[in-house]
Design a binder for this molecule. Structure first.
Ligand SMILES: Nc1ncnc2c1ncn2[C@@H]1O[C@H](COP(=O)(O)OP(=O)(O)OP(=O)(O)O)[C@@H](O)[C@H]1O
Length: 196
């Protein structure tokens, strides 16, 4: 796919297939087009050229949290429960437990720390157990323990056959990933592939 903002070409021929049960990373410096790529994959933005084919449900965790500061954590979950027509919040509560912020259930989003806001943002993307997860800088603001819990959760989802695509400007611990791509000059380059 290709995309430009005005005369600025950001994506110049990006092609990626995310297979089931794969944990895939895309790194790139600030402004290289990572968020643009995810917006296109999620359908928020239409590419100027090319197309996206998705199979099954997907969850998208944008870089900026889509939270309403006046609502509590629980009210966010209930809002998304209704939107996704989920029978209960058991899975959401399990994710909150894993990410370690259950005690904030009755706190208003506007009073949460940046890292806790991000945990809620991530929980909202995950709570309907999507087949493909698109995560834009998902661990920004996380402390070290939460960062590790995040990767543990991502690995668990991968092992359950979900696909996880993580975008970041940070070079990851590459061994956590099945594939690592670098977005550079509008193109994706494979840095390595550890499993077929
Ligand atoms: N709506 C827009 N209109 C015009 N230019 C845009 C728009 N959105 C992004 N850009 C530009 O496109 C380029 C890629 O932006 P994008 O946000 O996709 O990069 P990124 O790799 O996610 O950056 P970061 O790591 O800083 O989040 C940047 O130069 C940015 O200024």
């Amino acid at each position: 796919m290709c995309h430009a903002y005005g005369r600025r070409a950001v994506l110049r021929g990006v092609d990626l297939t995310v297979r089931a049960g794969a944990l895939v990373g895309v790194v790139g410096e600030n402004g290289t087009g990572k968020s643009t790529f995810l917006k296109i994959l999620s359908g928020e933005l239409r590419p100027q050229r090319g197309s996206v084919r998705r199979e099954g449900r997907f969850g998208y965790c944008p870089q900026d949290a889509v939270l309403n500061d006046a609502l509590t954590v629980r009210q966010h979950l209930e809002f998304f429960q209704a939107a996704f027509a989920l029978p209960d919040l058991r899975y959401a509560e399990e994710i909150m437990e894993v990410l370690g912020f259950s005690e904030y259930a009755d706190q208003r989003a506007g009073l949460l720390s940046g890292g806790t806001r991000q945990k809620l943002n991530l929980t909202l993307a995950l709570m309907r157990d999507p087949r493909l997860l698109l995560l834009d800088e998902p661990y920004q603001g996380f402390d070290w323990e939460t960062y590790q819990r995040f990767w543990h959760l991502a690995a668990r989802l991968r092992d359950a056959g979900r696909s996880v695509l993580v975008v970041s400007h940070l070079a990851y611990d590459a061994e956590r990933l099945d594939e690592l791509w670098r977005l550079e000059d509008g193109l994706l380059r494979s840095t390595r592939e550890v499993s077929a």
